[in-house]
Design a protein around this ligand. Sequence first.
Ligand code: FMN
Length: 394
Amino acid sequence: MSNPWFETIAEAQRRAKKRLPKSVYAALVAGTERGLTVSDNVVAFDELGLAPHVAGLCDQRELSTTVMGQPVSLPVLISPTGVQAVHPDGEVAVARAAAARGTVMGLSCFASKPIEEVVAANPRTFFQTYWIGDKDEMSQRIERVRAAGAVGLIATFDWSFSHGRDWGSPAIPDKIDAKAALKFGPEVALRPRWLYDFARSGAIPDLTVPNVAIPGEALPTFFGAYGKWMQTPNPSWEDVAWLREQWGGPFMLKGVVRVDDAKRAVDAGVTAISVSNHGGNNLDGTPATIRALPVIVDAVGDQVEVLLDGGVRRGSDVVKALALGARAVMIGRAYLWGLGANGQAGVENVLDILRGGIESTVLGLGHSSIDQLSRDDLFVPADFTRTLGDTGGS
Ligand SMILES: Cc1cc2nc3c(=O)[nH]c(=O)nc-3n(C[C@H](O)[C@H](O)[C@H](O)COP(=O)(O)O)c2cc1C
């Protein structure tokens, strides 16, 4: 067998593409419409230059920080994603990898594994919820998550049900039955290692979402839950405050790209925001999150923790986000590709690549800690930053 270790995220992506059935891989690539946002998330990082020193570098570098009260050994967290059918251990494998590398697991309500199993694998788990069902149902979900021991709640409200990709959306069955087996059989047959992993685990991907289950009822399917979400009236800012209050603990609003929204999030009492465009899965044409970050940090960075997600593929990307004021970043596709390429070890591999890249960049920039990073470490082109939303005239 060739060496399972890979040295870049790009290589993890290549391996995931080779190992996963076509439809599963296509679901991870995701993105909407033309793919402008998904691509800008990545290329915007390339526009930022680094300003290394030649001598006087530090022998030790401190990469640890805290996010919503949780210590993390590097400023990279697992962003919540529904990891349907990538690997039999799914989010439990991701949670174990995050625990092994000293960081927080973000678990999606559309995940394939129940919150109880994920918290058992990594007690530092933040549960992410969409606004699905009525308030009674949401309260019950929150109670379950609290009882399971999650240490933070992430509310993701930046979803506009836009669909259609110019490169084509994968066909995803509602459940795996004889009809689906017949339809997907040929592409699965071309990926024997993926099939072998599932066969060995004794489980087939069932495409259910156990974390939005109603007690006493059958587990909803992914599309069943999605349909209910589409029918739920959209949340207001009062609902954000209601959810935060129901939870009562550390609370992050994910999906903020506008300054006025960042200020409203502060008013709603959140602990943290993630400057995020859902990895280019919401409105196509939204600029890269790294372009929106500096103005948001200037507006609310002294009142809430500001994180960023979208397009992080290298340790130097993490450093650029921190230099522009993020406390930490969250990653999505990077760890999904690691999981697809080599299960738990693949996710650990991805976190190790990012740690190595952060170390090298902080070293070159002449710092002994990520706390010392600042805008002086970067070359930022004049037209790089985007100001989205009303800044209130200041
Ligand atoms: C396949 C896939 C599924 C996702 N599912 C969710 C989800 O269930 N909840 C959520 O808040 N964000 C979800 N996201 C968005 C990620 O949490 C994150 O914002 C995004 O992936 C960051 O961009 P990156 O993939 O370039 O790192 C998903 C992203 C992808 C690619």
